[in-house]
Ligand binder design. Structure first.
Ligand SMILES: O=C(CO)[C@H](O)[C@H](O)COP(=O)(O)O
Length: 234
């Protein structure tokens, strides 16, 4: 029988746990795959694995506390050894789309503070070009409409069009842990990923976007035929 999605996520998480050693300072991701990692990490901690982690969201923090995973903050521990996190898409060179769970800002800050980032996912997340998954963009609530127009204009300069939608509803938008709004941009394939990431960074109301470039060092992808690992430099 084919392994279900939860089983695949757990297998990827288990393989990532093999990269965790006692003494490590970890970044701990957000999402259903990262949660499988937290559960396995907690079991390791219960058996004596001596690690401390920075959670990338309040949701992950709550789960870590519930399962007694030792936590620190990025202010107390600004340099991390390893971040383990999920992704919405994994593209060439381990460029990623993240933010489906709305935690992209903290996820990116934590990944950037880490010596290594391992991405865990089921193999359905692997794509040839990023963009099938709508790109989450975290935006300041002030001037939201103006920022959305600027995002649309940035897209058109790259030949990208498509709906740009506020996550949640206009009356009750989804708010991130930082109190910002997420807009999901259904641009489709984004070939010039790095240049477009720079373009989004140049828009004042954009707090951060879900294109993670040059951050992941290893992807662990679980599929029906087992685990596949992809090194960023392979
Ligand atoms: O970026 C994220 C949260 O902001 C998640 O890692 C991403 O959405 C993948 O989630 P899942 O493991 O549930 O598929």
């Amino acid at each position: 029988m084919a392994a279900d999605a939860k089983t695949l996520k757990k297998e990827a998480a288990r393989a990532a746990l093999g990269h965790v050693e006692s003494g490590m300072k970890l970044g701990i991701g957000t999402g259903s795959t990262a949660e499988e990692f937290v559960r396995l990490l907690a079991a390791g901690v219960a058996e004596g694995l001596d690690v401390v982690g920075v959670p990338t969201s309040e949701r992950t923090e709550a789960l870590c506390r519930e399962l007694s995973v030792p936590l620190t903050t990025l202010d107390e521990t600004p340099e991390l050894d390893l971040t383990v996190d999920g992704a919405d898409e994994v593209g060439p060179g381990l460029a990623l789309i993240k933010g489906g769970g709305g935690a992209l800002l903290r996820e990116k800050i934590v990944a950037a503070a880490s010596e290594r980032m391992i991405v865990i996912a089921d193999e359905s997340k692997l794509v040839e070009t990023l963009g099938r998954f709508p790109l989450p963009i975290e935006v300041n609530t002030f001037g939201l409409r103006a920022t959305m127009l600027a995002i649309g204009a940035a897209g058109r300069r790259f030949g990208l069009t498509g709906e740009i939608a506020i996550r949640g509803t206009e009356a009750r938008p989804f708010l991130t842990d930082g109190g910002h709004v997420i807009v999901d941009a259904s641009f489709g394939r984004i070939p010039a990923t790095r240049a477009f990431a720079d373009e989004l960074n140049a828009i004042p109301g954009v707090v951060e976007h879900g294109l993670f470039i040059g951050l992941a060092s290893l992807a662990i992808l679980a599929g029906k035929n087992g685990i596949r690992t992809i090194d960023a430099h392979s």
